[in-house]
Design a protein around this ligand. Sequence first.
Ligand SMILES: [Cu+2]
Length: 143
Amino acid sequence: MLKIIFIVIFIFSATISFASDISIEDISGVFSMRPDSGAVFMKIKNSGNTGDAIIGARVDIKDATVELHNVKDGQMYKIDKIPVPAKDTVELKKGGLHIMLFNLPIELKEDQEFKLTLIFEKAGEITVPVRLKSSRHEMHHHH
Ligand SMILES: [Cu+2]
């Protein structure tokens, strides 16, 4: 009897994880001018028929804080959610929407992997690996 319950739970949870219409591609990250902050970029694809939105995020780094940001007239500002419309792809990129990391420890090195968990209104939590490049490296590319 117990065995049957386990099997049922397993199938149920497997269905949930595959039911998500959200997929995440091209993840990149960069340290900001301040070494204790950084920004994460990616493409978020919604292949479903229902709109979704990122409503929060966290990282597995002690004391670090995470905000959803957008940029207007060269100034970034905090937003409450990042909408991901049905059958659409939202691009988080430099100069636009991004995930902002604050209070990063001095020990966090370039290319050191950590986990970013995005909280979606409908799809729930999706965790992806992230590495930050130094901003000097990034500036070199853009100037
Ligand atoms: Cu920002």
